[in-house]
Write a protein that binds this ligand. Structure first.
Ligand code: M6R
Length: 607
């Protein structure tokens, strides 16, 4: 769960690596470091804390000589986040420097062997074990390439690594297994990184490295090898069409705010080419030739799980397919009852979430067919799924996921329509209404966002001092209540509970008092009268209520937040930005680090 970048070219490497790390900082920010070769010597610069701390260390030094190097931004897995554990790590001879994203599961075993051979360690990291294992491999095999292969054969776990050495100045080696790594080919320069935005200002030509591949690159050449056999592998290059601007803040104070405001465009992009209004149907060519599932299991984590919960009820209702939704970290370890009649849909923004990937792999082992719903093109989910439907939301930088959920809801909505049409379970008038409704949705969201933000600001000022919030919703609003609570807690650090409003009286109602307010989703739907009664139960305990509601509904609460009503399930697309903006404004008002909340990382590539 770290960000790595490697560069070999003609520009000063250190400033370029720092700039690349800035675009990878969403992957972790406990410490940062770079390594490069200068005048035949290996140089390491590392600092605890965010990238700015590393820059302070670099300031005043002349680091313009080196034209190749590696850089790392860390999210701690082994060892506390202090400088001695920061990457890069050197081997005992000081001839190799390595950066690593992932976890070497058998590192203790390997470390004990190396200790017995006289190796010493100055950090608690698994990475220092790996670099010394490569050094041992170098003794055995005589070349860095063979040494890396030798070492990888002896480790278990996940890694994306990059390595430099003064023995081969100007050369960067990199490899991956179960952690993301992309290669970028420039003109007289080459790159590797955990994610494309790291090098996007310099090239759009990329190759996605697969598990078990290793690349050797210098300024003018590159070659991918099978890490086990060292046979050369031909890799096709892909042209990336999105630009650096879409990976920048674009004038907004935070990426999160920018991404919330991108949602109208996200829905439009998701629909583009997929909705045929005249024919009254959805086109998902990615699923051509695939029968609708007989049983569907949605597997996901965090916000993607909430999107899955929301989508499940639509798929059940429109396509009459039984759907269960599973938290991936639970699903992967259960004694699962899956077979060839089951379809598993992995939902993941990043496509790299370790638990979701493990869930997919278990499902496949048991004979289920595995589909992916994913944002990042070329990610592991997209490559391991039998078919993948992309959410096309563009890069999501803020750790708090916003536009990705909006895009997931859109695709799940389309899937429900697609399978409903294929099975003939969806009445034509519902299909027509659903398609015209979703088609007009981007303009409605666009028009409402400024007003939503104003209301979120007002409410944030009023409620920012509370220590806890209850989020309540029923039916299709229940997943939104969970999501609202998740957003609030992850960026403002205010405790929040998302609950099904009908379930609240079975326990959580004991918490209600004036300082424990409730954020209710009380939209016009068949369950509104039930929600209203649940809110009356809260009011009877002196609980204050903010209620997201529709015009004309009979509801009296402390702070109504009235949003325009659209058709049926599409109301979620207007409720969602309100929940996101409320959390955003609370966190911003409290002066929290919105885009990089403490203890979190964007892509959770460890279990
Ligand atoms: O990339 P994924 O969609 O698989 O990520 C899943 C969760 O880690 C993610 O949604 C997380 O909960 C976000 N921080 C929520 O804002």
């Amino acid at each position: 769960m770290c960000g790595i970048i490697g560069y070999a070219g003609h520009r000063p490497a250190v400033p370029l690596l720092i700039e690349g790390l800035r675009r990878l900082e969403y992957r972790g920010y406990d410490s940062a470091g770079v390594a490069y070769v200068e005048a035949g010597a290996l140089r390491l610069l590392r600092a605890e804390g965010k990238l700015g701390e590393l820059e302070k260390k670099i300031n005043g030094r002349d680091v313009t000589m080196a034209t190749s190097g590696i850089g790392h931004t860390r999210w701690a897995t082994h060892g506390v986040p202090v400088e001695r554990n920061a990457h890069p790590h050197k081997d005992n001879s000081g001839r190799l420097a390595l950066i690593h994203n992932g976890i070497i599961e058998n590192y203790q075993e390997r470390k004990n062997e190396l200790l017995a051979q006289g190796y010493t360690f100055s950090s608690e990291t698994d990475t220092e074990v790996l670099v010394n294992l490569i050094a041992e491999g170098l003794k055995e095999t005589g070349s860095i390439l063979r040494a890396m292969s030798w070492a990888f054969a002896r480790v278990e776990g996940a890694y994306a690594v990059a390595l430099v050495s003064p023995d081969e100045p100007g050369v960067v080696y990199a490899a991956r297994k179960s952690s993301p790594l992309v290669f970028g080919q420039g003109l007289g320069e080459n790159f590797v990184a955990s994610d494309i935005p790291a090098f996007l200002p310099y090239t759009r030509e990329v190759a996605f490295l697969e598990d078990g591949e290793l690349v050797r690159m210098d300024a003018n050449s590159w070659q991918v090898f099978d890490a086990a056999t060292l046979e050369p592998v031909d890799k096709p290059l892909h042209h990336i069409t999105w630009d650096v601007q879409s990976a920048q803040k674009g004038g907004y104070k935070h990426f999160m705010l920018k991404e919330i405001f991108e949602q109208p465009r996200v829905v439009a992009d998701c629909l583009a080419g997929r909705v045929d209004l005249r024919a009254g149907r959805v086109r998902l060519p990615e699923l051509d030739g695939l029968e609708p599932p007989r049983r569907l299991t949605i597997v996901a984590c965090g916000t993607s799980y909430h999107a899955g919960l929301w989508g499940a009820s639509l798929i059940e209702s429109w396509a009459r397919i039984p759907v269960r939704v599973e938290i991936a970290s639970e699903f992967r370890y259960r004694d699962l009852l899956l077979d060839g009649d089951d379809v598993v849909l992995a939902v993941s923004q990043s496509g790299e979430t370790a638990d979701t990937l493990a869930g997919m792999r278990r499902a496949r082992e048991l004979g289920a067919r595995v589909l992916g719903l994913c944002n990042v093109v070329g990610s592991t989910v997209s490559r391991e799924a039998e078919r993948v439907v992309y959410t096309q939301a563009g890069p999501e930088i803020s750790v708090a996921s916003t536009k990705a959920m909006c895009s997931q809801l859109t695709v799940l909505y389309l899937l429900a329509l697609h399978w409903g049409a294929a099975k003939g379970t969806l009445p034509a008038e519902v299909a027509a209404r659903a398609l015209t409704g979703v088609h007009g949705l981007p303009q409605v969201i666009e028009a409402e966002l400024p007003r939503m933000r104003e209301r979120a600001c007002e409410l944030a000022r009023k409620y920012a001092s509370v220590r806890s919030f209850m989020y309540l919703g029923r039916g299709q609003s229940f997943p939104l209540a969970l999501e609202g609570a998740l957003k609030l807690k992850e960026i403002s650090y205010i405790h929040a509970e998302g609950y099904a409003s009908g379930e609240m009286k079975h326990g959580p109602i004991a918490l209600i008092e004036p300082d424990f307010p409730t954020f209710a989703l009380a939209l016009r739907d068949p369950l509104f009268p039930k929600v209203k009664s649940n809110l009356e139960e809260v009011q009877a305990r002196d609980g204050r209520i903010v209620a997201l509601t529709h015009p004309g509904l009979d509801l009296t609460v402390d702070d109504p937040w009235i949003i325009p009503e659209v058709w049926g399930p599409l109301n979620a697309f207007l409720a969602l930005p309100c929940l996101q903006l409320f959390a955003y404004e609370m966190a911003d008002y409290l002066g929290k680090d919105v885009d990089q909340p403490r203890n979190l990382a964007k892509s959770v590539t460890v279990e």
